[in-house]
Design a protein around this ligand. Structure first.
Ligand SMILES: Nc1nc2c(ncn2[C@@H]2O[C@H](COP(=O)(O)OP(=O)(O)OP(=O)(O)O)[C@@H](O)[C@H]2O)c(=O)[nH]1
Ligand SMILES: Nc1ncnc2c1ncn2[C@@H]1O[C@H](COP(=O)(O)OP(=O)(O)O)[C@@H](O)[C@H]1O
Length: 425
């Protein structure tokens, strides 16, 4: 049962809220206090709260599937309902350093009180699954307050309390880093399977994915030939290299997500991150079963595996600069304990210019994230840095700028040096 939480930002002053006016820079952080602030006067207030009217909207629904769907839908409602001049910023409310304390939402400023915007606000207020707040001047010298809103009898907005808003220093970790484990990245099969099962009643394709996954043979861990994973941003040369390695090693080439899940990939690429990540995570477990079977008879080369899923999940969930990524050694970079572990993971890297040259030379369709990769050097840098922080197994970085033949020779040398597993290479 969803519960209406008024002013969820104000309910426990240990919460901080972050307003991301530009995803490329650090958010502005505030906290709430019971009484209007006495000495907080910050230019940030005026810049953020001072344009016309500003509001915050947060989905307050227990069920994570409904929360993910409503969050995506709320963004569209705000953009369409308040008109083009209004700025819609990501906003998150959280307890610093407390995992899973993140409540994501949106902050909207520059709302002119027209009949259309009043109607939009009234409609949003009627929803008992949103916490809606407005921000009003606390006094004449630039101090601000937050007022949780509830619908009055005539549908207009009525304030239900008032909290002072004070700026606070940036916390140790970026709020988005609090929401990675088993949300942006899955660290065991059951967690990913649960999300897919929970969304099956709203996403028909999830039933088909679960059928395929549940048909997957249990993994065997008997003696096996080497398992080598090739990772890297798109157009670094993974497909070219894995095909050559298959020939050179007389091996089997697999990829994740596996072909048996291909019919539903485009569907999940268009879904909220929670569902998309669960899809790719389950793809890795299906691929692991195939690796286990094939490695009994030949070396196995894999084109993308868990590191891709983790790096894209971390790179997309952590906004702002590369420094906002969880530090090296964080548990988010650690391999799932229940997933078949490869003997070697090679990370192909090339310069951004060379990647673009190769992309142009290749053509072909791109996923939404690949489009974003091209548009956003910052996103690319975060994905690549996340790859480099992976542990146990770590990625062995390979400069893939030389010719395909030279890269192949270089990689064969690395494999000879690093892989000591039963079975000939
Ligand atoms: N394989 C894989 N792709 C992911 C994952 N998460 C996001 N993606 C997206 O899917 C794209 C790669 O799709 P693939 O079909 O593996 O394409 P690919 O042939 O490896 O891509 P190239 O790297 O361009 O060759 C990535 O660039 C991301 O946009 C994941 O966990 N596994
Ligand atoms: N070492 C290389 N040098 C030059 N071009 C390459 C090299 N490896 C791959 N390419 C070309 O770059 C493009 C992308 O390569 P591909 O293997 O599809 O990369 P990925 O699978 O990582 O996206 C293709 O047109 C391919 O022919």
């Amino acid at each position: 049962m969803s519960r209406r939480v008024l002013g969820c930002l104000g309910q426990c002053s240990s919460r901080v809220f972050a307003i991301e006016t530009d995803p490329k820079v650090d958010p502005v952080y505030f906290s709430l206090i019971k009484n209007p602030p006495t000495d907080a006067e910050m230019p940030a207030f005026q810049e953020i709260f001072g344009r016309e009217k500003s509001y915050s909207f947060q989905v307050c629904v227990e069920d994570r599937i409904q929360r993910a769907l409503l969050h995506d839908d709320l963004r569209h409602q705000l953009i369409s309902g308040f008109g083009g001049d209004v700025k819609v910023f990501e906003m998150s409310s959280f307890r610093p350093n407390a995992q899973n304390s993140l409540v994501k939402g949106f902050f909207v400023n520059g709302v002119c009180g027209t009949p259309e915007t009043d109607q939009t606000l009234s409609k949003l207020l009627q929803s008992n699954r949103l916490a809606v707040c407005t921000y009003v001047p606390g006094d004449a010298v630039g101090r601000w307050c937050q007022e949780p809103l509830r619908p009055a009898k005539d549908g207009a907005a009525a304030a239900a309390g008032r909290y002072g808003v004070v700026p606070v220093p940036s916390p140790d970790h970026h709020p988005s880093a609090l929401d990675i484990i088993n949300s942006s990245v899955f660290y065991n099969f059951i967690e990913a399977h649960n999300v897919m099962a929970e969304c099956a009643h709203v996403i028909t394709e999830a039933k088909h994915v679960l059928q395929r996954v549940d048909q997957t043979l249990p993994m065997r861990t008997t003696d096996r030939f080497p398992v080598i994973v090739i990772e890297g941003l798109d157009a670094t040369g993974k497909t070219t290299l894995t095909e050559s390695l298959k020939q050179s090693l007389g091996g089997v080439l697999l990829r994740s997500p596996p072909p048996c899940l291909s019919p539903w990939r485009a569907c999940f690429d268009a879904k909220p991150a929670l569902f998309r990540r669960a899809f790719y995570a389950l793809g890795n477990y299906v691929t692991a079963a195939h690796i286990s079977a094939e490695s009994a008879r030949a070396p196995v080369i894999v084109d993308r595996y868990w590191h891709s899923t983790a790096a894209y999940g971390i790179g997309t969930s952590v906004s702002g600069k590369v420094g906002n990524l969880p530090p090296r050694g964080s548990e988010v970079y650690r391999w799932p304990g229940d997933l078949l572990r490869p003997d070697l993971v090679l990370l192909l890297t090339v310069s951004p210019e060379e990647r673009l040259r190769r992309i142009r030379g290749r053509g072909g369709e791109k996923t939404r994230e690949e489009v974003e990769l091209e548009a956003n050097q910052l996103f690319r840098s975060k994905v690549e840095e996340a790859y480099r922080r992976m542990e146990d197994p770590a990625c062995v970085v390979v400069d893939a700028s030389p010719s395909a033949a030279e890269v192949l020779q270089q990689v064969l040398l690395v494999i000879k040096e690093k892989v000591h597993v039963q079975g000939s290479l």
